[in-house]
Design a protein around this ligand. Structure first.
Ligand code: ZN
Length: 142
């Protein structure tokens, strides 16, 4: 299908709240949740197969750590950009990029998942990827 927005099956927009992004994670019968979904084995208890079930995870969490990258060998990747590690409210920690380039949120800051356009493929599909933005109430700056 050409011209449609392509979302990796790892995440999707929340149907009832289009501004919210949900992540396709999983949960083990022991209670451990993880991202992305997989059925190979639980990192906590080692169970596999049917013990591991898909679970939608809310794209909200708190910043664990961030690093601003100023030099990158891939020239197609404009610098600076910021790598963030976000601990989701529902457990798993996700590492991806900050949507806002070189902004420098502080550890503990509330973060919100968002989907950004990264490129358009050969048949015109919009390719999007997961990013995080600060979800702190606007004070100064932005
Ligand atoms: Zn488990």
């Amino acid at each position: 299908v050409s011209g449609t927005t392509y979302l990796k099956p790892l995440y999707a927009k929340e149907e009832t709240a289009p501004d919210e992004v949900v992540l396709h994670g999983g949960i083990c019968s022991c209670g451990h949740s993880f991202f992305p979904m997989q059925a190979y084995g639980c990192e906590m208890c080692g169970q596999s197969g049917e013990a591991l079930q898909p679970k939608l995870l809310r794209g909200r969490g708190r910043l664990v750590a961030s690093a601003v990258v100023h030099i990158h060998p891939d020239k197609s990747r404009p610098v600076p950009f910021t790598i963030v590690e976000v601990a989701l409210e529902q457990g798993p920690t996700v590492r991806t990029l900050l949507a806002e380039g070189a902004a420098d949120p502080k550890p503990g800051a509330q973060m919100r998942a968002t989907l950004v356009h990264v490129r358009t493929n050969d048949v015109g599909d919009e390719i999007v990827d997961l990013r995080f933005v600060s979800a702190e109430p606007a004070a100064s700056g932005y």
